[in-house]
Design a protein around this ligand. Structure first.
Ligand code: FE2
Length: 194
């Protein structure tokens, strides 16, 4: 079997999902979570080009972008010890751990500024978490390892690389606008082979 078929099945499932009418965010997150669990259950399909870390920066490789910007699928590659700033997404998303592990710390904007909520949570290979403005959208994420690459697969209800969103500083109400973009300029061939 062409192992890319796992990714093609996932993208096809997402395309069907966003084409459904009258869908609530709860429904979208439940369906996308179930599909993401299936996708990250087996680590044999991610092409090497989309699994490449960078010595300095964590990498966001676009695996598939819906031409109508209804969803995007990204491989998020952590070099050893790399971490994000505190950031939001502004759209729903599901994050599945494919290889290694990562830590996520959630935050909430309060009257006097941004505060961490709850303990840092470790996401292990095969596990999936969700984010959205309705269920909690601000977090900081880091590679769980200082000596190994980790990779998580993200699917969002929009084109995450071109959405204007924000990074934050704890203890302040300052939101700095940013657009994350993508590390790659060419996306994988998702032609299904026999
Ligand atoms: Fe995030």
């Amino acid at each position: 079997m062409n192992t890319n078929n796992r990714l093609i099945d996932f993208v096809a499932g997402m395309a069907r999902l966003v084409a459904e009418e009258a869908r609530s965010e709860d429904y979208l997150l439940a369906q996308a979570t179930a599909m993401m669990k299936e996708l990250v259950a087996v680590d044999d399909w991610l092409m090497d080009e989309m699994a490449r870390p960078h010595a300095q920066y964590y990498q966001q490789h676009l695996l598939y972008g819906d031409p109508l910007d209804r969803f995007s699928v990204v491989s998020f590659v952590w070099g050893p010890g790399q971490q994000t700033p505190v950031h939001d997404h502004t759209v729903w998303g599901v994050i599945g751990m494919l290889r290694g592990a990562e830590y996520g710390q959630r935050y909430e904007m309060r009257e006097h500024g941004l505060v961490a909520t709850g303990p840092e949570e470790r996401l292990e290979a095969g596990q999936v978490i969700a984010v959205s403005p309705a269920i909690g959208d601000i977090h900081r994420v880091r590679n769980a390892f200082d000596d190994a690459v980790s990779i998580s697969i993200h699917a969002y209800g929009g084109n995450i690389g071109k959405i204007q969103r924000s990074v934050f500083e704890t203890g302040t109400r300052v939101a700095k606008p940013f657009v994350s973009g993508y590390a790659n300029t060419m996306t994988p061939n998702l032609w299904r082979s026999a």
